[in-house]
Ligand binder design. Structure first.
Ligand SMILES: Nc1ncnc2c1ncn2[C@@H]1O[C@H](COP(=O)(O)OP(=O)(O)OP(=O)(O)O)[C@@H](O)[C@H]1O
Length: 262
């Protein structure tokens, strides 16, 4: 089942059009980077794709089911932008990660062995096993970000959205994050990641979707930062072909960071 199929999606906030004519299809196991300038609509698109922001127009299907009928939310993980996410929460790292297991647990049941194993595994993947007893407030910003990612991973989602996970994160933490995402990708997860700059994540990304003024301006092979700013992208692409086709078309001309990798 195709994880995401958005057709002609539009979002308006307080009557102002924010997204228009957005077509986005993401296949199982794809790692898609959502790029674009501040205010271009990346976060709004992710909120629309997770059902948090209603569509004014268009159709969204998640895992083959129309959003109106979709109720399998445990298949989806969402790591929102970090600002304020953990402020004032006197929880331990383990508790934060364990909270991500809630959607899989029956209310008022004790944690099962499977729950505990998933929590341990998530901590391991993001490299925070040794910090499990610490309060989240004791962690650096980058480590807090990893704890939030582990929380999403504890639910064992098949499709995961991450909004700016590397913003304000130092290089060692970016590398740890890239490691965690590589592991997720190896396990077959579908990943949609919002970012300004790919940095160490570039090698993992299969496809770049560049937003501009609430529309998809480019959908295809990942570009280097230099190419994203090239004048030939000045005219928004009208996005007629299938992304795979487009990626193929571009492959010979684009020095993608992926070329030559498996
Ligand atoms: N809750 C809101 N109320 C009013 N306007 C909003 C709201 N959320 C987003 N917008 C507007 O929608 C547009 C797109 O915002 P969005 O956050 O989706 O962009 P973005 O590409 O994610 O940018 P950033 O990188 O700054 O997060 C912006 O003009 C923003 O001001």
């Amino acid at each position: 089942m195709t994880p995401i199929e958005l057709t002609d999606g539009a979002v308006a906030i307080s009557g102002r059009p924010i997204l228009r004519g957005v077509d986005l299809r993401v296949e199982t196991g794809e790692f898609v980077a959502l790029l674009g300038a501040n205010g271009s609509g990346k976060s709004t698109l992710v909120r629309a794709l997770t059902g948090l922001r209603p569509l004014a127009h268009g159709q969204l299907r998640l895992f083959g089911t129309d959003l109106d009928h979709f109720d399998d939310w445990q298949r989806i993980g969402y790591v929102p932008q970090r600002a304020g996410a953990t402020s004032g929460v006197p929880a331990s790292v383990w508790e934060v990660v364990a909270s991500g297991r809630l959607t899989r647990r029956r209310l008022l049941r004790r944690l099962s062995r499977a729950d505990r194993a998933a929590i341990d595994d998530a901590l391991e993947v993001v490299g925070l096993s040794d910090r499990r007893r610490d309060g989240v407030a004791q962690l650096s910003g980058g480590q807090q970000q990893r704890a939030l990612i582990a929380r999403a991973l504890a639910g064992e989602p098949e499709l995961i959205f991450l909004d700016e996970p590397t913003a304000g994160v130092d290089v060692p933490n970016q590398l740890a994050l890239a490691e965690a995402l590589r592991e997720l990708k190896l396990r077959g997860a579908t990943i949609v990641l919002v970012t300004h700059e790919l940095g160490p994540l570039a090698a993992l990304v299969d496809r770049a979707v560049v937003m501009r003024d609430g529309r998809v301006a480019y959908d295809g092979a990942p570009l280097t930062d230099h190419e994203v700013h090239d004048p030939w992208l000045g005219e928004p692409h009208t996005h007629h072909h299938h992304p795979r086709q487009q990626r193929h078309d571009h492959a010979p001309h684009v020095s993608s960071p992926l070329e030559g990798s498996p």
